[in-house]
Design a protein around this ligand. Structure first.
Ligand code: ZN
Length: 439
């Protein structure tokens, strides 16, 4: 009998590979942060003796959800400037508020709130883009979640950096600092084609290649962005990025709501990834990402929430449902983005986009134990005929009870184990009073 750290006995295990597999009454064996094997419960009882055994007969285990695009600290601006089109919302509300309030402690507190919200929603990894990324990274280290930290670059000065040269200098320091970290990766994060000029973009293309890290960028989010680029450069944004050498299998195009056939060809040719943020696109009336066409063309699609100021929740279970429903509604095809594909986009698709699918994204022996337990006994998910379909179309994030990241039990029966909730509530109230009194 082999001694291991933990065994989780579950009503269902959905490993994520192959996409539609459902295993009933199976166990997940975990040792030193990694998945040892997945096997029927009765075999697990014979083969293993575990230090800790979790018995979850009413639960489904799924791979940890990946939020492939967010601005974590923006939780502190949740609900700020609602019901406005994207450019007005950004220029007249969000950027001025950030100019006024952005600081190291704003980012630390906002990120703690975001991580608390994401862990309780079954998100075990997030891909971030924000100022003070070193602060985001240290909060990630403190709380034990997995993350890809965006090394943000914009043309304009902020309290964090004065010019593209300083943004890129700080990016290099952070990349080097976290190169060997077990939970933290970095990505170059030029904000968008309209906020970063050609020279820094060329440097970013070269750095991404030499450091072998992703480029995480908003792209073709609105028609305005495309029209403005055609006026200024006589090129669509994606053509301009192609000319500058940014597109590759390391490129994550966030939003991609305005795509013509040529744009899709570029994405396919360079094996870029698309990060679909359906609820943010809906709220800002930005347009619809043509997900079924991207998938037909073999383009990997991941899911993101975007920041909490444009969504307004960090809920990937919710994004899965919206993505699946939206794809069906727009294409007129009820088979477009089936439940298993929606879960794939929320897990392995995200891991592939970030280049960490050898570590996470599915429940597979040798991968990190990034695992989520969803309680299927709630009335809203009863009776269970097809557990996968039930998770995508009926389950809510409030049914997530337990979450492990690299085998660490970060959410235990809905209680966060690495966070002081009272302290967090005090800090949120502090910012609410400060920002609210000034707005
Ligand atoms: Zn965004």
């Amino acid at each position: 009998m082999r001694h291991i750290d933990s065994l989780i006995f579950a009503g269902w295990v959905i490993p994520g590979e192959p996409e539609d597999r459902i295993l009933e009454k199976h166990a997940l064996a975990i040792h030193e942060g990694k998945i040892v094997t997945i096997l029927p419960i009765e075999e697990a009882v014979r083969e293993f003796s575990a230090r800790v055994t979790h018995r979850l007969p009413q639960h489904a285990l799924i791979p940890g959800l990946i939020n492939t695009h967010t601005h974590a600290a923006m939780t502190l601006l949740r609900g700020y400037g609602s019901d406005l089109p994207m450019m007005e919302w950004l220029h007249e509300h969000i950027w001025p508020a950030e100019q006024a309030w952005m600081s190291d402690s704003f980012v630390a507190d906002g990120t703690r709130l975001a991580v608390a919200e994401m862990l309780t929603a079954g998100i075990t990894c997030f891909n971030d883009m924000y100022f003070f990324p070193e602060t985001t990274a240290s909060v990630v280290e403190e709380l034990g979640i997995r993350a890809c930290i965006g090394l943000i670059v914009v043309d304009f000065p902020t309290i964090w950096a004065k010019n593209p040269g300083e943004y890129l200098g700080k990016a290099e320091g952070l990349y080097k600092h976290y190169r060997q970290h077990s939970l933290i990766r970095t990505a170059l994060a030029p904000h968008a084609p309209y906020s970063v000029s050609d020279d820094p973009l060329k440097s970013i293309a070269a750095l991404s290649e030499s450091w072998d890290i992703p480029i995480h960028m908003h792209l073709h989010e609105t028609t305005d962005e495309v029209v403005q680029s055609q006026k200024q450069y006589q090129l669509r944004p994606i053509e301009r990025l192609e000319n500058l050498g940014l597109l590759s299998e390391r490129f994550l195009a966030v939003h991609a709501t305005q795509l013509n056939d040529n744009d899709i060809e570029y994405l396919q040719l360079h094996q870029c990834h698309v990060v679909h943020c359906p609820e943010s696109n809906l709220k800002l009336a930005s347009g619809f990402c043509p997900v079924p066409r991207l998938l037909e063309n073999g383009i990997n699609v991941a899911l993101g929430t975007d920041g909490a100021a444009s969504n307004d929740d960090l809920d990937i279970l919710g994004e899965m449902r919206t993505a699946a429903l939206l794809a069906k509604g727009i294409s007129g095809n009820a088979a477009a983005v089936p439940a298993a594909k929606a879960l794939h986009m929320a897990t392995l698709g995200g891991a592939q986009a970030l280049g960490i699918d050898d570590i996470t994204g599915s429940l597979k022996p040798g991968k990190a134990a990034d695992v989520v337990a969803i309680d299927m006994s709630a009335l809203s998910t009863q009776p269970v005929y097809n557990v996968l379909s039930q998770i995508v179309y009926a389950a809510s994030r409030h049914q997530v009870t337990d979450v492990w990241v690299a085998g660490q039990h970060l959410l235990k029966s809905r209680i966060l184990s690495t966070m002081d909730m009272r302290e967090l509530q005090t800090r949120i109230l502090f910012w609410r009073q400060k920002i609210g009194d000034d707005s």
